[in-house]
Design a protein around this ligand. Sequence first.
Ligand SMILES: NC(=O)C1=CN([C@@H]2O[C@H](COP(=O)(O)OP(=O)(O)OC[C@H]3O[C@@H](n4cnc5c(N)ncnc54)[C@H](O)[C@@H]3O)[C@@H](O)[C@H]2O)C=CC1
Ligand SMILES: O=C(O)CCC(=O)C(=O)O
Length: 396
Amino acid sequence: MAKTFRVLTLNKISQAGLKRLPAERYQVGDKIAQPDAILVRSHNMLEMDIPSSVVAIARAGAGTNNVPVQKMSARGVPVFNAPGANANAVKELVITGMLLASRNIVPALRFTAGLMGDDATMRKQVEDGKKEYAGTELLGRTLGIVGLGAIGRLVADAAIGLGMRVVGYDPEITVDAAWSLPSQVKKAHSIEELLRHSDFVTLHVPLLDATRNLIDDKRVAAMKQGAVLLNFSREGIVSEDAVIAGLTEKHLRCYVCDFPSSKSLSNDRIIALPHLGASTEEAEENCAVMVTEQLREYLEHGNITNTVNFPNVSMSRESAFRVAIANSNVPNMLGQISTALAKASINIHNMTNKSRGEMAYTLVDTDTALPETLIAQVAAIPGVLMVRALPLEADE
Ligand SMILES: NC(=O)C1=CN([C@@H]2O[C@H](COP(=O)(O)OP(=O)(O)OC[C@H]3O[C@@H](n4cnc5c(N)ncnc54)[C@H](O)[C@@H]3O)[C@@H](O)[C@H]2O)C=CC1
Ligand SMILES: O=C(O)CCC(=O)C(=O)O
């Protein structure tokens, strides 16, 4: 009988994605014990006791800083994500954030909500009061974008469409990403150069050791007088105290972020949204569909697309018997694995092996099934982190 996979959900995942896990083969829910896989959005898994039954984690979103990726790598567990699937949603909120700040929309709405009296009285209050909320336009202003990945590129494109000048900084930019950048984006050679010239600065980098407190007091001081800072990446990328000091000294005009805190709520110059960047129907569906398809392909066939800790590896199935092996990227692993198979008289029909950093991953299709004892023998080779037998089911 075909193996049934058990998938634990730690957040609400769009039905559009969950439908890709057919009920005949998948039990999915938020109370699943001994899961084979975990589907997650922002739930913090860093302190979670992740059961040893778990062979994959899928983050229906971009950032994986809520998942203990290193710990999972040591167990040979891939951590999938959905690169770019929510980028448009974030882009639209960043543009919203620039407009909220430049047109003083938040205090203006508060003013409107406080209007009293009959319509004629209100009209007078409006005409007398509106001068307090006069803003500035985006046209002709400079936007600095730190991080030109999926979101940064779309923000650049939209800002150019609004008539802004765009300067970008991304020392790690991929060749593909650089090719898809609009030609009008000017390259900054340092983050300080970008900060010096930008009326608006928006951050689109992952939270890593290298990006924690990327905007600190020195960098706030390096920003242009009256600049607006936008952070739709992660709370830890900006030193909130440094930004609050910059706002108090009126060096910065406004801070727009997706991460409220007790300090930000009491500051009139901070617009804090409740982590809404990816909260659109479209983004939630895109992310859920992308990761459930990737997860299914991995659970059933061992093929890997879009993880943050494994190489992409796919091999079409030509045999009913497949074994997937994750191992440390050290010499002679393949030799030991193929020797173990040869000693057991197992013929290798097809094989592929790739590595990424310290992780290597191998798919081996064989002419006959691997006995349990041989799987255990391969698993016991020092450096082997995970071994899974993936027989092709009769109906596939
Ligand atoms: N507010 C929300 O709901 C959402 C927040 N995010 C956050 O936004 C981040 C970026 O998302 P994507 O653009 O989809 O990721 P991405 O991986 O496509 O792009 C990230 C870019 O940052 C660059 N980068 C890395 N370190 C850098 C540094 N020190 N300086 C400048 N650039 C650097 C990389 O080279 C890459 O081009 C995610 O990691 C996540 O934390 C993503 C989606 C939704
Ligand atoms: O799932 C969410 O709402 C958060 C999205 C996010 O922060 C991400 O994709 O990195």
